[in-house]
Design a protein around this ligand. Structure first.
Ligand code: NAP
Length: 268
C-alpha cells in the first residue's frame, strides 16, 4: 500500500522498537520525514540506521532522525517538538505510541509509585506531547494526532486493570481532543490486540507467530499490522475521520471463533 505523505513531518514516541518502530518505518517509506523518540539513545540510533538502510531502494522515501526523551516529560515533549521543527521545518503528524505497564494484578492492590508511573507515561504523556505539538505547530498549521491505545481500554476484567484503565482514559482523551482541536487537527486512536513485541512477551512466549489463538483471524498481530492502520489514519485518505478508535486485533475482542453452523435439515 502506497500512501502519499511526501513532505509531511512526523514525530513518533516509543519508536526504537516494536509497534513504534514499524510505524516510523512505514511513515518514512511513504515519504514522510520522521523524528524517532524513545529513552535510550543507542537503541534509537540503531533503529534509525536500520530504517535508513531500508529506504535506499524505496522511490519517494523520506528520512529519519532521532531525539531521546521520556514520554512522560513535558520538557522532553517540548524539546522533541522543537528539535523536529528545527530539523525538518515543521510538524504535521504526532504519534503517541510509547507506554508502560509496570504492574499486573488486582487494581485494588496497586501501589502508588507504579500507579503514578502508569498514568504519567500512558495518559499524561500523550496529553503533554499533544499540547507541545499543538502550541508549536498544529494550532496554526493543522495536522493530525494518533494515539496508540489498546483493546484493554475497551473492555474490563483481567490482571491489567491499571494499564487498561489508562488506555480507557487515552481513548477518552482522543475523542475529547478531537472535539477541541478540529477542524484543523484530527485526533484518532488505534486499539491493538495482542502484538508480538517485547512489551507483551509474557503473553505470547512459547507460541509461534502462526499459533492459533482461537479468535476470528487466529494468529497474533505483528507490528506492521498496526503500522498499516496508522498509515491510513494519519493520511489524507482519512481526512473525514476524527475521534475514532480503530480496533486492530485479528477479531480477538469479538470473542472465540465459532464452529461453522450446520445448515438446517429438511425436517427443520
Ligand atoms: N504489544 C502489544 O500486545 C500491545 C497491545 C495493545 C497495545 N499496545 C500498545 O502499543 C504501544 C507500543 O507497544 P509495543 O508493544 O511496541 O512496546 P515495545 O516493543 O516495548 O516498545 C516500546 C517503545 O516505547 C519506548 N518507551 C517505553 N517507555 C518509555 C518512556 N517512558 N519514554 C519514552 N519512550 C518509552 C521504548 O524505548 P525505550 O525503552 O528506549 O524508551 C520502545 O521504543 C504501547 O502504547 C502499548 O501500550 C501494545
Amino acid at each position: 500500500m502506497r500512501v502519499e505523505l511526501d513532505g509531511r513531518v512526523a514525530l513518533v514516541t516509543g519508536a526504537s522498537r516494536g509497534i513504534g518502530l514499524a510505524i516510523a518505518r512505514a511513515l518514512a517509506q511513504n515519504g514522510a520525514r520522521v523524528m524517532l523518540t524513545a529513552r535510550k539513545p543507542p537503541v534509537l540510533a540503531e533503529a534509525a540506521a536500520e530504517i535508513s538502510g531500508g529506504l535506499a531502494d524505496v522511490d519517494g522515501a523520506g528520512e529519519v532522525a532521532v531525539f531521546a526523551a521520556h514520554a512522560g516529560s513535558p520538557e522532553g515533549a517540548e524539546a522533541a517538538v522543537a528539535a523536529t521543527v528545527e530539523r525538518f521545518g515543521g510538524l504535521d503528524i504526532l504519534v503517541n505510541n510509547a507506554a508502560t505497564n509496570p504492574y499486573a494484578g488486582p487494581l485494588i492492590d496497586i501501589d502508588l509509585p507504579r500507579l503514578d508511573k502508569t498514568i504519567e507515561v500512558n495518559v499524561r504523556g500523550p496529553l503533554v506531547w499533544t499540547q507541545a505539538a499543538w502550541r508549536a505547530r498544529l494550532r496554526e498549521h493543522g495536522g493530525t494526532v494518533l494515539n496508540i491505545a489498546s483493546i484493554g481500554g475497551l473492555k474490563h476484567g483481567g490482571p491489567l486493570g491499571a494499564y487498561d484503565m489508562t488506555k480507557a482514559a487515552l481513548i477518552y482523551q482522543t475523542r475529547h481532543l478531537a472535539t477541541e482541536l478540529g477542524p484543523g487537527v484530527r485526533v484518532n486512536a488505534i486499539a491493538p490486540g495482542l502484538v508480538q513485541t517485547d512489551f507483551a512477551r509474557y503473553l505470547w512466549t512459547g507460541a509461534g507467530p502462526e499459533a492459533d489463538y482461537g479468535w476470528a483471524l487466529g494468529r497474533i498481530g505483528q507490528p506492521p499490522d498496526v503500522a498499516s492502520a496508522a498509515l491510513f489514519l494519519v493520511s489524507d485518505a482519512a481526512s473525514w475521520i476524527t475521534g475514532e478508535v480503530l480496533v486492530v486485533d485479528g477479531g480477538s475482542l469479538l470473542g472465540p471463533r465459532l464452529a461453522p453452523t450446520p445448515p438446517p435439515t429438511a425436517a427443520g
